[in-house]
Design a protein around this ligand. Structure first.
Ligand SMILES: *Cc1c(COP(=O)(O)O)cnc(C)c1O
Length: 395
């Protein structure tokens, strides 16, 4: 019995508009559907599969861990969890890690930690958080409130209180919202879902200075931009600033559901036993994924490769911007790139799928590319050829 798509439509809650393609396996930079068709992967499961599919050292490490220990709860440490936390500390250059299971939980946890710090300092729980228009921080009733997109919030109120929205790269709009109740500012160094908008250097520096001046927690949501996607292990190293808390997920597990928020000592000390928790959070299987991802990134010099191959991708995308009137501009950092169209991006994403290439949209008019780190020039060339062919139909 087949008919997977139809059966899926019968079996699932209709939370997603899914493509009528049923994926069955992956290998390297390619995915294969149940009909045996091959797709070049330029989205990596929405920025998750940085190592592509069936990366041998990753598969082997996880297989071993499954065969050893998968879950014990957070009443106990496990060697692999300690090693994973140490790797996260080293990569982020921050002090204390909390493992959770998703990006939503990472932003939610960061929000709670910032609020706890404020509570200890002021003795009351009336803090405010500043977020940004076009941002994306998750789907829980806390994180969706942080998400500066009314479409995701409208039906689900009442949401958490005390969140205000400023405009990215407009420091005055942030200053206008700061008051004595402001506990945190949360921002993505490169806004992903909202349309691939990078923060300006000066803006990021000014945010850091504002937070220092007012004892506000700077939370960087690097769920999508972090873990090497933009060419450095954390994007903030390119801005030459440190966050107080960073949120991670997506590429930190490369396929195993895992997230983390990581704080510096000043904020970390606000967390006390009983404040927060997760049954699964950082279980041995998830932590083996985290530990192995860091090991592979380092051993295979994958960040050097990301820097090199992303330069080539950028060069070829800029060529596309020059060549096609329907393409307005390119935005992004490293292997997190957006092509802004003068029209809706969804139809292009569909026609690319028909031609065996997977990308995603961002906002309404941006084609977003989040390829696995292991892509080579030949894959970029193949992608650009197919992209050009499909853009020709629009121009
Ligand atoms: C995807 C994403 C999230 C939410 O992550 P989930 O794992 O889907 O909960 C939060 N923040 C950013 C920046 C993201 O890209």
């Amino acid at each position: 019995m087949e008919g997977w798509y139809t059966r899926g439509e019968e079996a699932f809650l209709k939370a997603y508009g899914r493509y009528d393609i049923v994926l069955e396996k992956g290998e390297g930079v390619y995915l294969y559907d149940t009909k045996g068709r091959r797709y070049l992967d330029f989205y990596a499961g929405i920025g998750v599969n940085s190592l592509g599919y069936r990366y041998p050292a990753y598969v082997e490490a996880l297989q071993k861990q499954i065969d050893t220990l998968m879950h014990v709860s957070n009443y106990f440490y496990t060697p692999v969890a300690v090693e994973a936390a140490e790797a996260v500390k080293k990569a982020t250059q921050l002090d204390a890690v909390f493992f959770c299971n998703s990006g939503t939980e990472a932003t939610e946890g960061a929000l709670k930690l910032a609020r706890k710090y404020y509570y200890l300092k002021h003795g009351k729980a009336d803090s405010e958080i500043i977020s940004f228009h076009h941002s994306f921080h998750g789907r829980s009733t806390g994180s969706v409130k942080l998400t500066g997109n009314p479409a995701y919030q409208k039906a689900f109120g009442p949401l958490i209180e005390g969140v205000r929205y400023a405009t990215l790269n407009d420091i005055e709009s942030v200053k206008n919202l700061i008051n004595e109740r402001t506990a945190a500012i949360i921002v993505e160094p490169v806004q992903g879902e909202g349309g691939v908008y990078p923060c300006d250097q000066a803006f990021m520096k000014a945010l850091r200075a504002l937070c220092d001046e007012h004892d506000i927690c700077l939370i960087l949501d690097e769920v999508q931009s972090g873990m090497g996607r933009t060419g450095t292990i954390m994007t903030y190293f390119q801005y030459d600033i440190m966050p107080d808390i960073v949120c991670l997920a997506k590429g930190i597990g490369c396929g195993i559901p895992v997230g983390a928020f990581v704080a510096n000592q000043k904020w970390a000390q606000a967390m006390q036993p009983g404040d927060h928790g997760s049954t699964y959070g950082g279980n041995p299987l998830a932590c083996m994924a985290v530990k192995t991802v860091f090991e592979i990134l380092e051993k295979e010099h994958l960040l050097d490769h990301v820097q090199e191959i992303s330069q080539y991708l950028i060069q070829r995308l800029d060529e596309v911007v020059n060549e096609f009137d329907c393409v307005v501009e390119r935005r992004g950092l490293g292997l997190m790139q957006g092509l802004v169209l003068n029209q809706e991006a969804k139809p292009v994403v569909h026609s690319l799928l028909d031609d065996g290439v997977i990308v995603v949209t961002a906002g309404t008019n941006v084609i977003r590319m989040l390829p696995p780190f292991i892509i080579q020039r030949e894959h970029v060339d193949a992608f650009i050829d197919i992209l050009k062919k499909n853009l020709k139909k629009l121009s």
